[in-house]
Design a protein around this ligand. Structure first.
Ligand SMILES: *Cc1c(COP(=O)(O)O)cnc(C)c1O
Length: 414
């Protein structure tokens, strides 16, 4: 294969039709940001938005803002902006609460659709909060249901049969970046009479998703990764129209009531997406999340995926070209169609290498015991950034900088 040069990368950047989005972000001058799969970058307009909500809305309109600035329906408004990016219709998505909380809601709701079945299929290697949350639910249900853990597409498909109530999977694996076949797995799930739930944390805002074309029942995901919604911005929840008002989630706060302002004693569910809400949201964070979500809604999802696939191929090729002798292992699928938007590589000195990289201005992240992850957020990362990141990595390996004591101390957040 032909050696890739930095000027090849410059050329790719010049031809990049998404390049115009980069200017909408606030990014550090010298650092290369490759953690967009963990915490998206800050859209420049986020600050003005926060200022508007705090100074004008909260500061001047105060309680009137629930009506005049539409705070009361903001979860639905932003949900409708996000919906097309995941192949959902208006009125099928709300932006609210945290991913884990929304997962609790939809798994509970899904179980009510299949009351005679006792199994939930999940992937054991999934991001822990999904497993922990469902384990908490199982305990609350007096262990009347059980989780069946399976791994990878083959194992998952084999675990789905007509004794299964719910199949709850994450589309892009948080560590390896492996992409599951949503259509195929959902088809099998529903052919067996089970309910399908997809966690879109690592795929939402990164690649085209068509929930309705796949006939998915429920989905959840966060907005602080590829949607660039801001640290801890609220998550989203999708409930297919056919289940609204029928599959009820159990966190039945007043926002999920048919008439919250009737202040009735007893619960009556809303018969629309509002039933997925629970209560009052952090309005500042919710309002700010709209900026990043709107940007993804304006981007061509197909192009986003193509660019991130190309950047992923480039990163893998450059590691093989520049760092072949340093014992890196590519964990992510080499076939771009089988992965999401980050590349995971492993090395036995992974932690120290990542610390040295951060100190050299490349922000990736580390997942124990030995995995380095590099997010390729196509809205703002350039091909030359990938080149420069690998050049800095090579330098660290050549000089064995990572062996320095300062890079071997463990920090709380990796
Ligand atoms: C990021 C992520 C979460 C985050 O959950 P929070 O409730 O926002 O802390 C959950 N699940 C998966 C698969 C993730 O990647």
């Amino acid at each position: 294969m032909k050696k890739i040069s930095r000027s090849d990368c410059e050329q790719l950047d010049q031809q990049d039709s998404l390049a115009c989005f980069r200017d909408e972000f606030s990014l550090p001058d010298h650092d290369i940001y490759m953690s967009g799969n963990s915490l998206g970058a800050m859209p420049k307009k986020a600050l003005a938005k926060a200022q508007e909500v705090i100074t004008d809305h909260w500061g001047k309109s105060l309680i009137k803002s629930w009506n005049v600035h539409n705070w009361f329906t903001l979860s639905q408004t932003i949900g409708d902006i996000l919906a097309p990016t995941i192949g959902a219709d208006a009125g099928e998505v709300v932006v609210t609460d945290a991913t884990g909380i929304n997962l609790f809601k939809v798994v509970s709701a899904a179980l009510t659709l299949n009351p005679d079945r006792k199994k939930i299929v999940m992937e054991g290697s999934n991001f822990p909060t999904d497993n922990y949350t469902v384990q908490g639910l199982v305990k609350l249900l007096g262990n009347s249901v059980e989780i069946v853990f399976a791994e990878e597409e083959e194992g998952i498909l084999a675990a789905i049969d007509d004794s299964v109530a719910v199949v709850c999977l994450t589309q892009v694996h948080y560590k390896s970046g492996r992409l599951l076949d949503m259509k195929k797995i959902t088809e099998k799930t529903q052919a067996c009479g089970a309910i399908s739930i997809w966690d879109l944390c690592h795929s939402g805002g990164a690649l085209p998703i068509d929930l309705n074309a796949c006939n998915v029942d429920f989905a959840i995901g966060c907005t602080y990764k590829y949607y660039n919604g801001g640290p801890g911005s609220p998550a989203f929840v999708f409930c297919a129209k056919r289940h609204q008002g029928k599959a009820l989630q159990p966190l039945t706060g007043w926002y999920s009531h048919a008439e919250p302002f009737a202040f009735e004693r007893d619960y009556r569910p809303a018969d629309n997406i509002n039933q997925m809400l629970s209560g009052t949201q952090g309005i500042i964070s919710l309002a700010v999340s709209e900026i990043g979500i709107d940007m993804i809604a304006r981007a061509d999802m197909q192009k986003l995926q193509e660019k991130s696939q190309q950047m992923g191929d480039l990163l893998i090729q450059l590691i093989e070209q520049e760092c072949a002798q340093y014992d890196f292992n590519i964990i992510s699928p080499k076939d771009a169609d089988r992965r999401g938007s980050h590349i995971a590589i492993s090395h036995k000195e992974g932690y120290a290498i990542l610390q040295a990289l951060i100190s050299a201005g490349v922000m990736g992240d580390f997942r124990a015991p030995d995995t380095l992850r590099f997010g390729l957020a196509a809205l703002y990362l350039r091909y030359i950034d990938v080149w420069d990141a690998v050049a800095r990595l090579k330098n660290i390996m050549e000089n064995e900088t990572y062996k320095q004591e300062e890079f071997n101390r463990k920090l709380a957040v990796t």
